[in-house]
Write a protein that binds this ligand. Structure first.
Ligand code: ZN
Length: 207
């Protein structure tokens, strides 16, 4: 399993392609990179995206998801609240931005539950629901690497003052997360650099 990190021009969001072998890739928040670049990176048409995991529905993580879905018709896994939020331009923030087009997507999303495990091409993917930054936030453990979206980032404090943020829920999610013992090798956040340990995050305490 190899992870390709691409940084999108809009808000410098991390987009990930996970190479799971045999020319199959899983996208995590991929879609804010232009589709031609994505196709080149995976070696399309030999390479294909077989599944997509969305950490949350803020526009900088998901506005291009429709193009990726149109090309690959892959299942898109995300939380129930994420499905609601991506269908509402005020909740996905596209309503408020002049830089991007307004969108409200209603794709065939597949709802994932807390601690649900999905096996794709031999990779065990476990969902941990982490509401707080938005209600639909989820982190995804791929074998022993964790994609955290905006829930945990090394150099960026998680924004908790957005209209659909909830500080109490964030603290609960953080407590739950810190008590997991999954043996995580590496964290891949929604913005900024990857990291190995939660203890590397200097700004973790929530006030
Ligand atoms: Zn966000």
């Amino acid at each position: 399993m190899k992870v390709i990190r691409l940084i999108s021009p809009y808000r410098s969001t991390n987009n990930y392609l996970v190479d799971i072998g045999e020319n199959n890739f899983i996208g995590v928040d991929i879609g804010n990179i232009d589709i031609e670049t994505v196709l080149r990176k995976i070696g399309f048409p030999t390479g294909k995206i077989v599944a997509y995991f969305l950490t949350h529905a803020h526009a900088d993580h998901c506005m291009g998801i429709k193009d990726v879905h149109a090309k690959f018709n892959m299942p898109i896994y995300c939380s129930e609240s994420c499905i609601v939020e991506i269908g509402d331009s005020r909740k996905n923030f596209s309503f408020y931005s002049d830089e991007i087009k307004l969108f409200e997507y209603n794709l065939p999303f597949q709802k994932v539950e807390d601690f649900q495990e999905i096996n794709i091409g031999g990779v065990k993917i476990k969902t941990i629901l982490v509401p707080g930054h938005s209600q639909g936030c989820a982190a995804f453990l791929f074998n022993d690497i964790m994609f955290t979206g905006d829930f945990l980032m090394l150099n960026h404090k998680t924004p908790l003052k957005f209209p659909n943020s909830n500080l109490k829920h964030y603290k609960e999610s953080l407590n739950k997360f810190l008590n997991l013992n999954f043996g995580i090798e590496k964290f891949y956040p929604g913005h900024g650099e990857t990291f190995q340990q939660i203890s590397q995050i200097k700004h973790l305490s929530v006030h």
